[in-house]
Write a protein that binds this ligand. Structure first.
Ligand SMILES: Cc1cc2nc3c(=O)[nH]c(=O)nc-3n(C[C@H](O)[C@H](O)[C@H](O)COP(=O)(O)OP(=O)(O)OC[C@H]3O[C@@H](n4cnc5c(N)ncnc54)[C@H](O)[C@@H]3O)c2cc1C
Length: 365
């Protein structure tokens, strides 16, 4: 059986590994000791009882293939090299090294315990303060404002964005709906405002913000300034190029750096999609077909090229009951409101689905 190496077992790598497990001998190399379902990390700030459900072992992900812990330092058409010097050979290498985000929203280190510790610290900090400032008006900042306002209606929550609206890059109608709902929850919104004196862009801290007269005085400040692609393995490839976001550029078949049998997708690659799991749901079935055809002896170039979503879909709950979403089902996307958003994502944040995918249905790890 042909051997496929997948670098990174996040949303992209894990989903692809499950799909390819039937057609190839799959080896996922993942730096972390557990999968962290970061979609539910935002609500975990207000409800850390979710933590045991969203940190999931890798041992039941694959039936035939395996997930092994290790840090890949370089990739080539023939395989990968790990930080300990070990090499693994493969017929195809697929890189999904993803992105990093400020604590506590994604693990900063390879041990899940460090993630849960930083989440518990953020929760404790939240309970001790009655004022919260969130810097960043993208999906994470907006969701966090909604979760805190829903769970702690008496806390003063301020969201500060350098952009003129919430959710830059997404349709205005989504931004307007979320803005109205946040204001109704008592969240103060400040647009076109640059925060000059952020003490950290990496973790929440108790401090002051010079830019806002009404936010002077100490408050819990959450930086939520966006995802940063993790592309160290591509830096080793002489022909690798990067887009302004720092994602590695790929050809029409999602191959970086003029490689023939190395593919890249998910947050790390400039696929034409935004950095979302919604995007990955389109990339995985396409990759399965192309990689299976390649392993079967067909040329990659004879396969259809990858076409990104024509509209940007996203689901943005504001607590378990509210929120708004854009479904990428038409060219401009379809805006839906509170009920569909709650039904699709807000109620359970896909936790049962991911636990099931990882073989831990109904049980805590
Ligand atoms: C708080 C939060 C909530 C979000 N909610 C949503 C949502 O509701 N819907 C949505 O569509 N998107 C959401 N996103 C975005 C979504 O999380 C990303 O699009 C997604 O994580 C990308 O998946 P990925 O597999 O490409 O990268 P990641 O999930 O970042 O996974 C990459 C993996 O690669 C591993 N890795 C990196 N380098 C190496 C290496 N050299 N060797 C071995 N392993 C390596 C990492 O340890 C990691 O496990 C959210 C993001 C955040 C931060």
């Amino acid at each position: 059986m042909k051997r496929v190496i997948i670098v990174g077992g996040g949303y992209a790598g894990a989903n692809l590994a499950r799909a390819l497990d039937k057609v190839a001998e799959v080896c996922v190399v993942e730096a972390r000791d557990h999968f962290v379902h970061n979609v539910a990390a935002i609500r975990s700030v207000v409800d850390p009882s979710l933590l045991p459900q969203i940190v999931i072992p890798y041992d039941r992900l694959l039936r035939r293939g395996r997930v092994r812990q290790g840090l890949v330092t370089s990739v080539s058409d023939g395989g990968v090299t790990l930080a300990n010097g070990e090499t693994i050979e493969g017929d195809a290498v697929i890189v999904a090294t993803g992105s990093s985000y400020a604590r506590p929203f994604k693990p900063a280190w390879h041990f899940a315990q460090a993630f849960t510790d930083s989440m518990k610290d953020a929760h404790a900090g939240l309970l001790e303060t009655d004022r919260v400032a969130i810097v960043g008006g993208g999906a994470v900042g907006v969701e966090l404002a909604g979760e805190i306002a829903a769970a702690h209606p008496r806390k003063r929550v301020t969201l500060i964005s350098g952009a003129p609206t919430l959710m830059p890059g997404y349709p205005e109608k989504l931004a307007h709906s979320l803005e109205a709902q946040l204001r109704a929850k008592g969240v103060a919104l400040h647009f076109d405002t640059r925060v000059a004196n952020l003490e950290s862009t990496e973790y929440p801290y108790l401090g002051t913000l010079a830019c806002m007269p009404d936010t002077s005085g100490e408050q819990l400040i959450f930086p939520a300034l966006g995802a940063r692609p993790v592309t160290a393995v591509f830096q080793q490839m002489p022909n690798a190029r990067f887009n302004p976001q720092g994602r590695v550029k790929v050809d029409a078949w999602l191959r970086p750096a003029r490689a023939q049998r190395v593919f890249a997708f998910g947050d790390a690659a400039a696929t034409g999609d935004p950095m979302t799991i919604v995007a990955i749901t389109r990339q995985v079935p396409w990759l399965v077909k192309v990689v299976a055809a390649m392993l079967d002896g067909q040329s990659v170039e004879s396969q259809p090229t990858y076409l990104p979503w024509s509209s940007r879909g996203i689901l943005v709950p504001l607590g378990p009951r509210d929120g708004a979403s854009v479904l990428p089902v038409t060219r401009n996307g379809v805006l839906v409101g509170k009920c569909p958003t709650a039904l699709i994502k807000g109620r359970d944040l896909f936790i049962p689905r991911y636990r099931k995918d990882f073989g831990y249905s109904g049980q805590f790890a």
